[in-house]
Design a protein around this ligand. Sequence first.
Ligand SMILES: [Cu+2]
Length: 151
Amino acid sequence: MNRFDCVNTISKLLIISILGLTLVACNQEPPKEGIEVTDAWIRKMPPGVSNTAAFMTITNHTGSAVTLTGVSMDDAGHVMMHETKVVDDMAKMQHLDTVVIEQSVNFEPGGKHVMIMGLDMSQGATSYNIRLHFANKPSLDVTAEVRDANQ
Ligand SMILES: [Cu+2]
């Protein structure tokens, strides 16, 4: 094999390897990016009750911590972030100004929650839009499904 043939063979092998790697890469799920919200829901309340709470899991795929600075809803009077904590055997809600999300944060019954005041659920909507506000990031709209917490 002369030098030219040898270089030529190596080039062909390289091209085949790169094609192979590309095919393998295409078959895999693309890596998740940005901020992902899953399982967002709002607790259905009986008629006449306009205060409720919403829950969700926020997962951070950005590679660095993100800070949730607030939550809003066009349909509700007032929305804030709360955390239920047991103090002296009493469950108390604390206001949260910010929530830092390193990997993921659960908003769940008995823990952190989106406190919603003044939401008229009497029209029977099956979901509501909740907007998450972040420091130094665009806000994110989330569709939260109305669920009967007793089911
Ligand atoms: Cu609350």
